[in-house]
Write a protein that binds this ligand. Structure first.
Ligand code: COA
Length: 337
């Protein structure tokens, strides 16, 4: 689905907050847990370490921390937030929604909210949903959170998945502008392809296979992945969507000031950047530090780019995601602060 936005309002990001747990799991740690090596992980994925939540730390704890930081940096109070959208596949529990838990934790007493469960595309899709609510004039301040505690659903005896994922993410405040400034979301192109579902899934615990002794014994409560199938889809789809989106806006990769891709694998990122025609010095890469935090990668990447001075007011930013579903997306944004 795709839609160029036409509205008297713009929806701009006015702040970012992030939260990662302090604990680290390095490649050297993983060498002691499964049959792998630092060299293999580094060469095949670009990852050196991931942050790991302590037992008892849940998504809403980190989400609330990121949210408070984002709200403060926007110069707002929690009571100014009208809507909270949490993108996560690791909710504290199946119900209530994590957005409700965050709303209570941060004291956003005027907000409603809900969760979005679309894995690695979660933050990008949530950003678009927020944009729709803001550009229709319905809301002025929307909090968008992308965060996962992936360690809660990863099998640390499975070397094909445990090397990839980490915990953490962030929050942004999406705000309505009424001054006609050409900022915020410009256009987006999102797609799902449900035929890819089996290649990346968590088969147990849902209505298809409710949790039982059998599902636990078969380790169905962990993420299962066919890495090569995901890899092929991701490399092709991420670059396809970026190229199509740029083309219909009369742009090429050379016009992009900053490419902020989902951090799934450094090889997917490099291939996509090259095919879209974006030099690597304009690509945000922090996968070495955080691994793949699923819905958390894009806010963490935006914050990395803010911290190193590459994300500036007026920058033309291309965001891209790909992940379970399959789901994928590309969005163009004029950065606003
Ligand atoms: N350490 C050492 N060897 C490993 C390994 C590990 N952690 N994981 C797999 N291997 C082995 C395989 O068993 C295989 O051995 P074989 O040749 O003897 O059969 C060999 O390495 C190559 O495996 P392959 O699956 O072809 O590796 P790959 O280059 O495709 O890399 C992934 C594996 C998972 C890193 C890669 O497929 C990938 O990143 N896929 C996308 C995953 C992703 O992005 N998921 C999140 C979606 S957003």
């Amino acid at each position: 689905m795709a839609n160029a936005l036409k509205s008297p309002y713009a929806a701009k990001i006015v702040s970012i907050g992030t939260a990662v747990p302090p604990g680290l799991l390095t490649n050297n740690d993983l060498e002691k847990m499964v049959d792998t090596s630092d060299q293999w992980i580094t060469e095949r994925t670009g990852i050196k370490q991931r942050h790991m939540a302590e037992k008892g730390v849940a998504t809403s704890d980190l989400a609330a921390e990121a949210a408070i930081q984002a709200i403060e940096r926007a110069g707002l109070k929690p009571t100014d937030i009208e809507l909270i959208i949490v993108a996560t596949i690791t909710p504290d529990m199946i119900l209530p929604a994590t957005a409700c838990l965050v709303q209570d934790k941060i004291g956003a007493t005027g907000a409603w909210g809900f969760d979005i469960s679309i894995a690695c595309s979660g933050f990008l899709y949530a950003l678009q949903v927020a944009t729709q609510f803001v550009t229709t004039g319905a809301h002025k301040n929307v909090l968008v959170i992308g965060l996962d505690v992936m360690s809660s659903i990863i099998d640390y005896t499975d070397r094909t998945t445990c090397i990839i994922f980490g915990d953490g993410g962030g929050a942004v405040v999406v705000q309505r502008t009424e001054d006609g400034a050409p900022v915020g979301m410009i256009d987006y192109l999102y797609e799902v392809d449900g035929s890819g579902g089996p290649a990346l899934c968590l088969p147990g615990g849902g209505s298809r296979n409710p949790t039982s002794k059998d599902t636990l014994e078969k380790r169905m409560h962990f993420v299962h992945q066919d890495g090569q199938v995901v890899f092929k889809f991701a490399t092709r789809k991420m670059s396809d969507l970026c190229l199509k989106l740029l083309e219909r806006n009369g742009l090429t990769g050379k016009d992009v000031d900053l490419f902020v891709p989902h951090q799934a694998n450094l090889r997917i990122i490099s291939y996509s950047a090259e095919r879209v025609g974006i030099e690597m010095d304009k690509v945000v890469v922090n996968i070495d530090e955080f691994g793949n935090t699923t819905a958390g990668t894009l806010p963490l990447a935006l914050q990395s780019a803010r911290s190193d001075g590459r994300l500036k007011e007026g920058s033309l930013v291309l965001l891209a995601s790909v992940g379970a579903g399959f789901s994928a997306g590309a969005a163009l944004m004029r950065w606003s602060y």
